[in-house]
Design a protein around this ligand. Structure first.
Ligand code: CP
Length: 312
């Protein structure tokens, strides 16, 4: 079954069938990533532009590796080295890139909805690599692939997502994806960083989304614990008294993790603030699948590029 859409802008409007198609396709690309020669001719002759207006290590690198492993020509553009610094608008930038006939444009932008705007002006596939506090669809897909590998299912799983939910596009995309697939998501964090009312959007989902009374309640009996990064760059409002207090009340340490199921897994999208939202002995310990998430990111982005850029 092909993916009948031009763009991947978010998880909100993806069907369960589309999500499963991307995950199943990513599964086949995981095998390629463990071969000695990690390259297939699938996107030979195609061009992928990575247009990043915000910093990134994992997403940009894995989109570039994904494109290269599929034999696409990949070009990276940072806002700081583009004509954006001379005042060129987002739409002008996109239309000028479109004039060079790429097959896909991957965009990260600090403004929610920026990829959606670009998608209206270009014929190339547009892939959202994170827009403001809105969505980060390929992150949620790689998280889902990691959970599926470890748990074998989504229906009935208890997933705790802890921390700065308010600013987190990762939390939003995961809430859509995991509840569509039948998981029960419990959010927790400082009250100032929880967008109350958000959970009402999921009333018709197969699974559920709720705000737990506190972090310990969210983590109790969880199958999956996902910690969110405290987004220092978006914390101008003084949402909590100090990082030390944040760590004590909301951070994940081994004692708090012992409330979860004995076979629980710990995820974090990165970059990690060690000693703030998560302690090093959890990051580097046996429950952590954080680097598996990064590895799965390449497979998921290969799948998305293949499905949207017309791979054969
Ligand atoms: N998880 C994630 O989006 O990481 P980067 O900001 O490094 O891309």
């Amino acid at each position: 079954m092909p993916l009948h859409r031009k763009d991947l802008l978010g998880i909100e409007d993806l069907s369960v069938e589309e999500i499963n198609l991307i995950l199943d396709t990513a599964e086949t690309f995981r095998d390629i990533n463990s071969r000695r020669i990690k390259k297939v001719p699938t996107l030979r002759g195609k061009t992928v532009i990575n247009l990043f207006f915000e910093a990134s290590t994992r997403t940009r690198t894995s989109f570039e590796i994904a494109g290269k492993r599929l034999s696409a020509d990949t070009i990276n553009i940072s806002a700081s080295t583009s004509s954006v610094v001379k005042g060129e608008t987002l739409i002008d930038t996109a239309q000028n890139l479109e004039a060079m006939a790429p097959d896909a444009i991957v965009i990260r932008h600090s403004s929610s909805g920026a990829p959606h705007q670009i998608a209206k002006y270009v014929n190339s596939a547009v892939i959202n690599a994170g827009d403001g506090a809105h969505e980060h669809p390929t992150q949620a897909l790689l998280d889902a692939l990691t959970i599926r590998h470890n748990k074998g299912k989504f229906a009935g799983l208890k997933v705790a997502i802890i921390g700065d939910v308010l600013h987190s596009r990762v939390a939003r995309s995961n809430a859509y994806l995991l509840s569509k697939l039948g998981a029960h998501v419990s959010f927790a964090g400082p009250n100032t960083l929880l967008p109350h009312g958000f959970e009402k959007q999921f009333a018709n989902a197969e699974g559920s989304v709720r705000f737990a009374a506190n972090v310990n309640e969210a983590i109790a009996d969880a199958d999956v614990v996902m910690m969110l990064r405290i987004q220092m760059e978006r914390q101008a409002g003084g949402f909590f008294p100090s990082l030390k207090e944040y760590s004590i009340h909301y951070g994940l340490n081994l004692k708090r993790l012992s409330l979860a199921k004995p076979d629980a897994i710990v995820l974090h999208p990165g970059p990690i603030n060690r000693g703030v939202e998560i302690e090093s002995d959890v990051v580097d310990g046996p429950y952590s699948v954080i680097l598996d998430q990064v590895a799965n990111g390449v497979a998921v982005r290969m799948a998305v590029l293949y499905l949207l850029a017309g791979g054969e």
